[in-house]
Design a protein around this ligand. Structure first.
Ligand SMILES: [Ca+2]
Length: 431
């Protein structure tokens, strides 16, 4: 997970609200990697390695010793280490498609996963009750993270963490970040929580059943089963306890949910929906949302409490609408992607016996990178989007879309689909 509270691991998962730029090719999740606003960019020339890898590695060995890591660990983990060409390849890959909300959700919260999760909840009922007493995080959320991150421990990645981190530190776009993570990984080895052979994870260094980055492991991992090792690779109690400790530390409010699916009244002002991933643009009390005509998806009135919420429309004004609470933003700290956060919250609800979403299921077509380029060129020609088109629909692009929609009498939800792109092309003369 997280290396600092403000750093997220979103480079692999490019997504945000309410556009959808999850790489269709499943890239591994990287809890704790810094946010890359433009992750698909080609690597800038200035970050190309300046020294040969053996020279770099020698300096890394020296620094590890200066950091207090034992000679035995340094020698065992770094002597004879080679670059991993597969990691270099994956790091340079550009996603060709962006996923739609429904397609992402269908994959992340499948019926099979719900059923598997419910069975695991029963099997681990005692553990989950104990964790809820200690950390005040309901077990269904722990299961949901576990399920979305690694399919309950079945898809943890088999890359050598130290080798991946060294490769990315030497060759990657965020060298200093991964270099720090590599030293943290060596520290974990020094603590004998795991040995180097079994310290495996995603290609980008997210480890074990929780996909913690090493820095997050050092901060949040716990030895829940009290065998003397923090083992998020093979111990379910340690993995779930570590997620619980993480969420509690980042401010989980055990008395609240994460969001409510809501129904909007006709002609609702879509510009009240937040476009930023953190959903902080327009926060109102539930009473204020209620006064605007917002109801629960089943038609019932919003609970009249002192809670505040933001509105998000992950598939635009005609898709599902959610009022999201503080816990939603806590989920985002694990992985800064609105689709991800909704998937975790929704899976938790389903595991707790909640109903499917009420909004109409409309999978839609994934957008190609080229589609976004065309959109950005059109918005740029209209004077709505500064900068160079990059094919990645980030917050600036969505804000420009919202501006375009306002000028052209469309609901300003900032949502991008082929119809919207065609409208922009027509207006900008790029057709
Ligand atoms: Ca343990």
């Amino acid at each position: 997970m997280i290396s600092s509270l403000t750093q997220r691991r979103a480079w692999a998962v490019l997504a945000s609200v309410p556009l959808m730029v999850i790489a269709a090719c499943q890239t591994p999740q990287q809890a704790g990697a810094p946010t890359a606003t433009n992750s698909a960019q080609t690597r800038p020339a200035e970050t190309q390695p300046e020294v040969a890898f053996p020279v770099w590695l020698d300096a890394a060995r020296k620094e590890a010793r200066q950091r207090g890591i034992s000679q035995a660990t340094v020698a065992h983990a770094l002597d004879d280490l080679t670059l991993n060409p597969r990691v270099v390849e994956l790091d340079g890959r550009q996603p060709e498609f962006s996923q739609t909300f429904w397609r992402y959700l269908d994959g992340a919260v499948s019926e099979a996963r719900i059923n598997k999760g419910r069975a695991l909840m029963q099997q681990n009922a005692e553990l989950l009750a104990s964790l809820e007493r200690t950390y005040a995080v309901p077990g269904r959320y722990l299961l949901a993270f576990w399920g979305v991150e690694t399919d309950f421990g079945h898809n943890t990645g088999d890359f050598s963490v130290v080798r991946s981190l060294a490769t990315l530190a030497y060759d990657g776009r965020r060298g200093p970040y991964f270099r720090g993570e590599m030293f943290d990984a060596l520290t974990i080895l020094d603590h004998r929580d795991i040995d180097n052979v079994h310290m495996t994870g995603s290609w980008a260094g997210a480890m074990g059943q929780t996909q913690f980055m090493p820095s997050a492991f050092l901060k949040y991992a716990v030895d829940q089963d009290r065998d003397g090792r923090k083992d998020i690779w093979t111990s379910v109690p340690d993995a779930l306890g570590s997620v619980a400790n993480y969420l509690k530390t980042l401010g989980w409010d055990g008395s609240r949910g994460w969001a409510s699916e809501v129904r909007l009244p006709p002609h609702f002002d879509a510009s009240l929906a937040s476009l930023d991933t953190d959903a902080t643009e327009t926060v109102k009390s539930l009473a204020q949302w209620s006064a605007l005509g917002v109801r629960h998806a089943d038609g019932g009135a919003l609970l009249n409490n002192d809670g505040s919420a933001a509105l998000i429309l992950p598939a635009g004004i005609s898709g599902p609408a959610f009022l999201v609470y503080g816990n939603y933003r806590t989920i985002l700290k694990y992985n800064r992607s609105a689709f991800y956060a909704i998937a975790v919250g929704y899976l938790a609800e389903r595991l707790g016996g909640g109903l499917p979403l009420r909004a109409q299921h409309r999978p839609g077509e994934p957008l190609r990178r080229d589609d976004i380029m065309v959109l950005q060129q059109g918005l740029s020609a209209l004077g709505l989007l500064p900068g160079t088109p990059d094919g990645v629909a980030g917050a600036a692009t969505r804000q420009a879309v919202r501006a375009f929609q306002k000028v052209n009498g469309l609901p300003p939800d900032g949502y991008i689909d082929l119809e919207l792109i065609a409208a922009v092309r027509a207006r900008s003369g790029n057709a």
